[in-house]
Design a protein around this ligand. Sequence first.
Ligand SMILES: Nc1ncnc2c1ncn2[C@@H]1O[C@H](COP(=O)(O)OP(=O)(O)OP(=O)(O)O)[C@@H](O)[C@H]1O
Ligand SMILES: [Mg+2]
Length: 231
Amino acid sequence: MKKERIETGVPGLDELIGGGLLPHSLTLLTGTTGTGKTISSSQFIYSGVKEHNHPGVYVSFEEPVDNIKNNCLDFGWDFEPLERKGKIIFVRYDPFHVEDIYELIETNIKKIDAKRVVIDSISALGLYVRDVPDIRRMVFNISLLLRKLGCTSILISETLPEQHSLSRFGVEEFVTDNVIVLYYSRTGSQFSRALTVWKMRGSEHSNKLHPYRISNKGVTVYHKEEAFSKL
Ligand SMILES: Nc1ncnc2c1ncn2[C@@H]1O[C@H](COP(=O)(O)OP(=O)(O)OP(=O)(O)O)[C@@H](O)[C@H]1O
Ligand SMILES: [Mg+2]
């Protein structure tokens, strides 16, 4: 029997991962700054409501939610009416109360019975919690909570250029089912974008590097093409 899949809403991406994400799975979306993590995750939430009637929660630790929503208007995604209908909640997390994080996530998910969740970003926790073991514990607890609540979730992690690990705290990739890596790399005088599916538990997936673009339609992955990139 074919497994049920959650379509990501990012054109070309589902083709790389066997049709979409597995329901209730946790995906780490990792890449350096400006690689389109916020845009593609907004696309996941927006298309979830518009195409599948999946309520969605977007938790932002860094960028003010009005910025995210305004930027998305350029792609034709107007979140306001969906928020008014109770289909989407954008929450800006107040980092001065780090211990409230679990309650904040759980309350908002339950409020609209969310099926899709984005946490943007796990790396930002490092700004507020200094102790790495504490952060790792938080990442682990957040992953348990999202699983318990049955959501299909994206955890964003921002990596540093030249960094060779997949995540900032070295634990994010282990507590998640799936890892998608976004690259922005230079060949000659040109920078280009490419992504790879690093792991996808329970799925056959592409192991190639595929180019993608950010345009006025959001993120589009060229799943039939391979990127030639020196990484
Ligand atoms: N309307 C647009 N058309 C084309 N490209 C755009 C548009 N808006 C943003 N971009 C591209 O998307 C990039 C920002 O994407 P996004 O905010 O999703 O990155 P990010 O990975 O979340 O970065 P950060 O880690 O800093 O939060 C910009 O640097 C720009 O290259
Ligand atoms: Mg971002």
